[in-house]
Write a protein that binds this ligand. Structure first.
Ligand SMILES: Cc1cc2nc3c(=O)[nH]c(=O)nc-3n(C[C@H](O)[C@H](O)[C@H](O)COP(=O)(O)OP(=O)(O)OC[C@H]3O[C@@H](n4cnc5c(N)ncnc54)[C@H](O)[C@@H]3O)c2cc1C
Length: 378
């Protein structure tokens, strides 16, 4: 057993850390305040090879493994959850096309996603359903060499800026999950439009909002994977996505602890730094213990994926644990800041708002427990 990172892992982590510290961190508060998509940083991630990092070289990537990606997510989120999530979206949509696309689809879309020239949204959630994917209302009716899509998607990351979306729709609603099919829809396709933008509490700057499909014709060659297989493909993508989202939660928790330590050493009360009080020290010790446990779980899930071994339960457990650790760590880190923690002057306030999302997206904490229990009880 070896707990050390390889030289290659350390190199990619250090590169991501340098980028995050020098270029992302200085802009993190502004991205949150303006709620504008960080195009400059997104393009820069394309230049650095971070967006397509796990794609094979022939499609513009560098064939990095899941452990590397998890390290990158942790480092980026330590500086800005929004920037980390923009990377995650690109990586997951690239994987989705790589795994399920035709050769023509791979050649057409993957290099521009890797370079950061395009961003692809995943349009699954709807106003009436999120966790219960099999109940989506968006339909895809077969018609003359393609499909006609109708429906509205809600809470879609990058809805306001994407040049393309992978849309989850049903070719036959009576079939439940077996009717679900994926489609690649490009900007400019007639009947495809952007609806309203969501006003969010945290992880702002990702142009999250609605995508609307009104008699939107999509040619057959834009179907991603076989008809009726979309549910399975979306669930497989979620398994990987949970490693990334969990790694982001870890990065945020690490950042919260670092902020708390810095503040505790500098703040004086009753004639001494508050870091001298055992009550504060115990909170920090608990943070460190929980963060380390989450890190080990995430590394293991990533390792299993890289070995080609089953990792679905492990990724759900790691995401659930990391997001719940994050909830506890940010609450204590803000507490250590006292009133300053409650003001926008200190970044812990933004991290606290960002943190809640991690118990909701890529499957809520309740859904992770269902996934874990299903594995154990089947
Ligand atoms: C900022 C943001 C960005 C997002 N980005 C995207 C995106 O890019 N693409 C996309 O498709 N979606 C996206 N989502 C949607 C996200 O994936 C969903 O919000 C999530 O899956 C939960 O769905 P819901 O909000 O409809 O909650 P619901 O499914 O309505 O659940 C409501 C509550 O009921 C609980 N619950 C539901 N079913 C069960 C059950 N069987 N047992 C126990 N409890 C249950 C849930 O845990 C939750 O607490 C985003 C959401 C947010 C907030």
């Amino acid at each position: 057993m070896d707990f050390d990172l390889t030289d290659a892992h350390r190199m990619i982590r250090d590169m991501a850390r340098e980028f995050a510290e020098n270029e992302v961190r200085p802009l993190a508060a502004e991205i949150d305040r303006t709620d504008e998509f960080p195009w400059k940083l997104f393009t820069r991630m394309g230049e650095l090879g971070l967006l397509g990092m796990t794609l094979p070289e022939e499609y513009g990537g560098s064939g990095a493994d899941t452990v590397s990606w998890s390290l990158v997510e942790e480092e980026l989120a330590r500086a800005s959850a929004a920037v980390a999530d923009a990377q995650l979206l690109s990586k997951l949509m690239g994987d989705m096309i790589l795994r399920n696309g035709t050769e023509a689809q791979r050649r057409k879309y993957l290099p521009s996603l890797a370079r950061g020239e395009k961003i692809c949204a995943i349009a699954q959630t709807e106003p009436g359903t999120g966790s219960d994917v099999a109940s989506i209302q968006t339909t895809a009716r077969r018609e003359r060499g393609g499909y006609v899509l109708n429906g509205t998607k809600r809470f879609i990351t990058a809805a306001g800026v994407c040049q393309m979306a992978i849309v989850v729709a049903s070719v036959d609603r009576t079939k439940g999950r077996r009717g679900i099919t994926l489609f690649i829809v490009e900007e400019g396709t007639q009947g495809f439009s952007r609806g309203s933008k969501d006003s969010l509490m945290g992880v702002r700057g990702l142009a999250t909002g609605e995508l609307v499909f009104e008699d939107c014709f999509v040619p057959e060659e834009n179907r991603l994977g076989p008809e009726g297989e979309g549910f399975k493909l979306a669930m497989i993508s979620l398994d990987s996505g949970r490693i990334g989202i969990g790694s982001q939660a870890l990065g945020l928790a690490q950042a919260a602890m670092e902020e708390a330590i810095r503040y505790a050493k500098g703040r004086v009360a009753f004639g001494q730094p508050i870091a001298n009080f055992q009550a504060i020290q115990f909170m920090i010790a608990d943070m460190s213990m929980q963060i380390e446990a989450a890190r080990l779980m995430l590394r293991k899930a990533a390792f299993l994926r890289d070995q080609g071994r089953p990792f679905s339960r492990e990724s759900a457990e790691a995401k659930l644990f990391a997001s719940e650790v994050l909830g506890r760590v940010v609450a204590d880190a803000l507490q250590i800041h006292g009133a300053y923690g409650y003001s926008a002057e200190f970044s812990i306030e933004r991290i606290y708002r960002d943190a809640k999302l991690y118990q909701i997206w890529e499957g809520t904490s309740q859904i992770q427990r269902l996934v874990i229990a299903r594995h154990l009880l089947r």
